[in-house]
Design a protein around this ligand. Structure first.
Ligand code: AMP
Ligand code: MG
Length: 493
């Protein structure tokens, strides 16, 4: 019997729910309720996600909706669950983890799962309090929508709601809940969980569910002698490769690429100590807790591959042959560099591949690294140069002028005969003016902590359309202030 049968009062979000993941049965989750938070308030909302969900236009006007999305009132027709998964954290098997603070309301008829992150303890909370603090919730909300604006696959966020209930971290902070939305929140770690516990039946049920729902082409594949599970692994691997290419091209550092933070759909998931690079430093470590630099920016593509190996290991009982499993990962080694080169070529305004593109790309990255040149500003200014022919704003970014001039010469030669206006247009669509830099998030967070949430809305609007000029918003596209480098972001959230 559903827990909800006992409810006398529930918020009707105007959504229809279907069983979705819950149809897999109780081995995969625990049914439970969010733990209420007192006196919730709105911190940020994404109307774009509201539209995607099919919420009524006045959705945010209802007190009941505000309460429901903070976990303080049940949602009509929903059957909340927390799912179980395991995973490798920082390269070490961590055993059972699970949704320790994310509670899934269910799946909408439109095929989107809705989760409340920070909605209270679950059987998988281990020592944790089941809560999320305001600062990390604002970061997750803004970055989800920023990534989507950049065209990078990601879980989405409908809103952040806050409550002044105290949450104990290094200091006392206030609580918040992010309403996250994705076609599926299944992680590599879900598969690892059932494999590690030798529960092959559940492992197969999970794989069948994910394949049928999200990778149906694997059923009719002729790859690997028609082995659907191997084809599935290959498809996940290729989506992951494409995702990593986008992260590397835009200068995004995830910070905690544990296997439980790897989406089976190749989405960016679980925003913690992430960072968009300011000055370009390939070895940048954005997670203050990552003392070894396991998840440094330039390690990400290899770590993703390592994580895919963990997934392959977990799927082995289904694939049935180790050689086939290894073969299914093989294409990562070509898909990642091809996708990366394609993204970088677009940043350079090049529509077609040519001999010599790789050294051109490597050359500019080397120069950027040597001068720790601001990554986002460089690319946007280079787009400006393509538009107006004025090279000085780009050149000014480099101390090594001779090095830059030499690179620019090869760049110009590569562009000989191309349509400059078309190239400039491609560059403006490939090089964002606005990314969620740490200091921008920090300023919005500090205002929100003082109950001024306008900064969150302002940033959201810029980040949802980051390739637009947004006249008047140049302050959000400038160099980071000196204090930005002192911001320390750890796993504490
Ligand atoms: P993360 O590194 O944030 O992806 O979290 C790793 C694991 O710790 C997941 O199982 C989370 O659900 C759990 N977790 C993180 N923070 C909390 C918390 N405050 N309360 C309960 N569980 C948590
Ligand atoms: Mg996580």
């Amino acid at each position: 019997m559903s827990l909800l049968a006992e409810d006398t009062e529930a918020a009707d979000l105007g959504l229809r729910w279907k069983p979705g993941f819950a149809a897999l049965g109780p081995a995969f989750f625990t049914e439970l309720r969010p733990t209420p938070l007192p006196d919730p308030y709105w911190v940020g909302r994404s109307e774009a996600v509201a539209r995607e969900l099919g919420l009524p236009t006045d959705w945010h006007e209802s007190k009941a909706t505000l309460a429901a999305l903070t976990g303080s009132m049940p949602v009509a027709g929903a059957r909340p669950i927390a799912t179980v998964y395991s995973g490798h954290q920082f390269g070490v098997w961590a055993g059972q983890l699970g949704d320790g603070r994310a509670i899934m309301l269910g799946e909408t008829e439109g095929g989107l799962e809705v989760q409340l992150k920070g909605a209270g303890r679950t059987p998988y909370s281990r020592g944790g309090d089941g809560r999320a603090v305001l600062r990390s919730s604002i970061r997750e909300f803004l970055c989800s929508e920023a990534m989507h604006g950049l065209g990078i696959p990601t879980t989405r966020a409908l809103c952040v709601t806050g409550s002044d209930a105290p949450v104990y971290r290094e200091e006392i902070e206030s609580a918040a809940v992010v309403t996250r939305v994705a076609p599926s929140f299944v992680r590599f770690g879900h598969f690892e969980h059932f494999a590690a516990n030798q529960r092959d039946e559940e492992l197969r049920a999970l794989a069948d569910y994910v394949i049928d729902r999200y990778y149906p082409a694997c059923r009719t594949t002729d790859r690997f002698g028609g082995n659907a599970y191997a084809a599935f692994l290959e498809a996940v691997s290729e989506r992951t490769a494409a995702l990593l290419a986008q992260w590397q091209a835009v200068g995004f550092c995830h910070g905690v690429m544990n296997t439980d933070n790897m989406s089976i759909l190749g989405l960016t998931i679980d925003y913690g100590p992430f960072q968009f690079l300011d000055g370009f430093d390939p070895r940048h470590i954005c997670n203050h807790s990552d003392t070894q630099g396991r998840y440094a920016f330039n390690q990400q593509p290899n770590v993703a591959y390592w994580n895919l190996f963990c997934l392959a290991q977990a799927l082995l009982p289904l694939i049935g042959d180790q050689e086939v499993a290894v073969a299914a990962l093989e294409s990562y080694k070509t898909v990642f560099p091809n996708e990366f080169e394609g993204r970088m070529r677009a940043k350079l305004g090049l529509t077609e591949a040519a001999e010599g593109d790789r050294p051109l790309i490597e050359g500019v990255l080397k120069l950027l690294a040597a001068g720790k040149v601001d990554y986002t500003i460089f690319w946007r200014r280079l787009s400006g140069y393509m538009t107006d022919g004025n090279v000085e704003p780009v050149r000014d970014l480099f101390l090594d002028r001779a090095g830059f001039d030499a690179w620019l010469l090869s760049f110009s030669q590569r562009h000989a005969g191309t349509d400059r206006a078309l190239a400039a247009e491609l560059m403006r669509r490939s090089n964002p003016k606005f990314v969620l830099r740490n200091h921008l998030g920090q300023q919005a967070i500090e205002a929100s902590q003082q109950k001024d949430h306008s900064g969150v809305a302002t940033l959201l609007a810029l980040l949802q359309t980051p390739f637009e000029e947004h006249p008047g918003a140049d302050a959000y596209a400038g160099f980071p202030p000196d204090w930005a480098s002192t911001i320390e972001i750890s796993c504490s959230s």
